[in-house]
Design a protein around this ligand. Sequence first.
Ligand code: ZDP
Length: 279
Amino acid sequence: MKFTKMHGLGNDFIFVDYFKTEIPDLDFSGLAIDLCDRNFGIGADGLVLVLASNAADARMRIFNPDGSEPEMCGNAIRCFAKYLYDRGLVLDNPLTVETLRGVLTLEMQVEGGLVESVKVDMGEPILKPEHIPTTGTGDMVLNYPLIVDGKEFFVTAVSMGNPHCITFVENASAVNLKEIGPKVETHDFFPRNTNVEFVQVVDRGHVMMRVWERGAGPTLACGTGACATAVACVLNDKTNRKVKVTVPGGDLFIEWGEDNHVHMTGPATEVFTGEITLF
Ligand code: ZDP
């Protein structure tokens, strides 16, 4: 199996291309578990399939390292656009991508014929508690006291197609992610589990964020997480609608427009191509 290794701010993915070929009858969930393993496989935060689409220029499927299939992925979709455009598979700019969250539009910044960064219209945030989903009621889960290990965490829940649980902290780097992350990820309040973001506000235009990802654990960056964080910051009156989100892997630029759409801008990088023999 030929593959291409790519990343968005260190959030890394294995790309497998079926854009012009038949999709083999493979257990991609099981394959993701094997290939994403950093010791026994290639190592990555996810497996991404490049597919043809009847509804858009192309279709993206992604599998987490635990084999689960999330609805959307911000860092991978920027890499997805670069993969298609740099190879001349799609020449439109902007281009459209079909995901489980719907069809999204991506605008590429090209230098020397290659994509350097991508601005993605990530769509509207989903705030209705039962649509995130959570077991909460009312209009939204805002500064809600979630009990974890007997301790109260005030959380805001936002979906960008995939669920996110955001909590504000004094010092993001002091959070014991491995301790608290999985407990919030699998909390009963989140029937389909959740990604977990710890956010430290620097000023009204800048925050620091660390993430424990659903089905992946700690990662260096999360695009949907950065978008959900920006929305939570505005809802809690912490920042303006335009905010730089600094994650361990670098900076993402997020704007929650007056049209209620969230726009994410960030880099996409190709690292190497290779081939792996499947047993
Ligand atoms: O929702 C989930 O299960 C996430 N782990 C999906 C991956 C999200 C990603 N990190 C992103 O950038 O949005 C790839």
